[in-house]
Design a protein around this ligand. Structure first.
Ligand code: HEM
Ligand code: HEM
Ligand SMILES: *[C@@H]1O[C@H](CO)[C@@H](O)[C@H](O)[C@H]1NC(C)=O
Length: 402
């Protein structure tokens, strides 16, 4: 907390250098906004202003707005477009919900706008920041009230400037000093200015959250390997065993394998949670689905014991709980296999060997399970049929004897 306050105080330091006139405000160690007010705009109160938004790419979106609250403010949201550039989305805030896309916004995205390694930068010329639908700002003054907001997370990677935005996690209101920002002739003032130090977070000892988990990280490799062992090998093996074996006592082998697999999967999840926490990746589908599977499978194990007890009592018949168990189990295994693919995606794995390896094992394992189910169910039906026929025969024989 103390660190952050210090940084914020330092960050309001306005700068005027030979490279240009601008003031800078960094609400977070890894987000900075800059403002330039060309001489004519500063004098007449009409004309262009220049805004620079600069952040680590560890944000899904970053925004700045003119005004003291969302409602009525003129907003620029930026996000990575997925091809090394940045999408600038002009919006109008109306209240505590996603700001409306502003199709009338008069602005231009300028050179210097790019995603460059860790950093994304947008240089914007705003031609209607003195006056827009529902508002205006007087740049002849010494300062003005602005707002900012950001959502940490994976890059949005979208070139659609209308894209749906999830709500911010960070936001705030700040005073932008205008005096140091005044000057210049109204061409791209930030092009030659030294880049804002949004890596301050790293220098200050806070590592930036990874864009995606480094696929070569031993922790990621361990998580992936252990989870795959459970989902691709152990769970299907246990399911196949109970389907193809005639010996009903093998239910305990099944239960043993599945519970062991569960413990293995639980370990993988624990590693995953640690990764997701440090990478702020919880909102991604992969960890979400993974956690849901682990929760569901806990009840699956309980259901296994329950329906087996019923089976023993109920003249060896499948109860509803048995059907729930069978289908939940199958579903979890298949969803788990797909979710492993999402994991590779989240980690940013591009190595075709790894992707092919995972896919091949998943497909082989899935097909073996399907084959075992078909074989097992057919055997079951034949057995039931013979049993029915035998019963009928017994009935007939007894009738005949009477
Ligand atoms: C993406 C959709 C967005 C949603 C759903 C949303 C929603 C909200 C909500 C619910 C609040 C009240 C929060 C609270 O009381 O703790 C709020 C406040 C705020 N938001 Fe947003 N917001 C969005 C986008 C933005 C953007 C793009 C900005 C950018 C500049 C922004 C800036 C602010 C600020 C400064 C506040 C506090 C001042 C105020 O009450 O207006 N928001 N927002
Ligand atoms: C997390 C743990 C478990 C998982 C993922 C799991 C998964 C499965 C799956 C997928 C099947 C169906 C095989 C198929 O036809 O596709 C199945 C069947 C079965 N499971 Fe489990 N199981 C687990 C734990 C248990 C436990 C603890 C028991 C306890 C005794 C148990 C008893 C059974 C029985 C008796 C069947 C056969 C049901 C029938 O065909 O009528 N399971 N299990
Ligand atoms: C990104 O787009 C802007 C405007 O379309 C352009 O001026 C800039 O040069 C582009 N940056 C890169 C790295 O291509």
């Amino acid at each position: 907390m103390k660190f952050k306050t210090t940084v914020s105080l330092l960050a309001v330091v306005a700068q005027a250098s030979t490279q240009g006139y601008y003031s800078q405000y960094c609400p977070e160690p890894d987000i900075c906004y800059r403002l330039n007010i060309p001489t004519t705009t500063a004098k007449t109160g009409k004309g262009d202003i220049f805004i620079q938004i600069n952040s680590l790419v560890a944000y899904t979106w970053v925004a700045v707005g003119l005004g003291h609250q969302m409602a009525g403010s003129k907003i620029y949201v930026i996000y990575a477009d997925g091809t090394g550039n940045v999408t600038v989305s002009p919006r109008l805030g109306q209240g505590h919900y996603e700001p409306m896309y502003d199709s009338k916004a008069d602005f231009e995205v300028l050179p210097g706008t790019e995603v460059d390694g860790y950093r994304m930068t947008a240089n914007i010329r705003c031609s209607d920041c003195t006056q827009w639908i529902g508002g205006g700002m007087d740049f002849r003054k010494d300062s003005g009230t602005w707002i900012y907001a950001a959502l940490p997370g994976l890059p949005l990677n979208s070139d659609n400037s209308h894209d749906d935005l999830q709500m911010h996690r960070q936001y705030g209101v700040f005073d932008f000093p205008y005096l140091p920002a005044k000057g210049g002739d109204g061409t791209n003032p930030f092009l030659l200015a030294p880049a804002a130090d949004v890596t301050l977070g790293i220098q200050g000892g806070i590592p930036p959250p990874p864009l995606h988990w480094n696929p070569d990280d031993p922790f990621a490799i361990a998580h992936g390997t252990v989870a795959s062992l459970a989902i691709l090998v152990l769970f299907p093996l246990g399911a196949i065993l109970i389907r193809v074996t005639a010996n009903r006592r093998l239910v305990w082998v099944h239960a043993g394998i599945q519970i062991a697999a569960y413990i293995v999967l639980f370990g993988a999840m624990a590693m995953g949670i640690r990764m997701a926490t440090s990478g702020q990746l919880f909102h991604d589908k992969h960890p979400m689905i993974g956690i849901v599977i682990v929760i569901v499978l806990f009840f699956q194990a309980c259901d296994g014991l329950l329906h087996h007890a019923q089976w023993l009592q109920n003249k060896k018949r499948r109860t509803i709980l048995a059907y729930v168990h069978i289908w939940t189990g199958r579903l979890c295994i298949v969803v788990g296999m797909v979710n492993g693919g999402f994991g590779l995606q989240l980690a940013g794995v591009t190595d075709p060997g790894k992707i092919a390896g995972y896919s091949v094992v998943a497909v082989v394992s899935f097909l073996s399970l399907v084959a075992a189910i078909v074989y097992g169910e057919r055997k079951r039906h034949i057995a039931q049929k013979t049993e029915r026929e035998a019963k009928e025969q017994r009935l007939q024989t007894s009738r005949f004897e009477r």
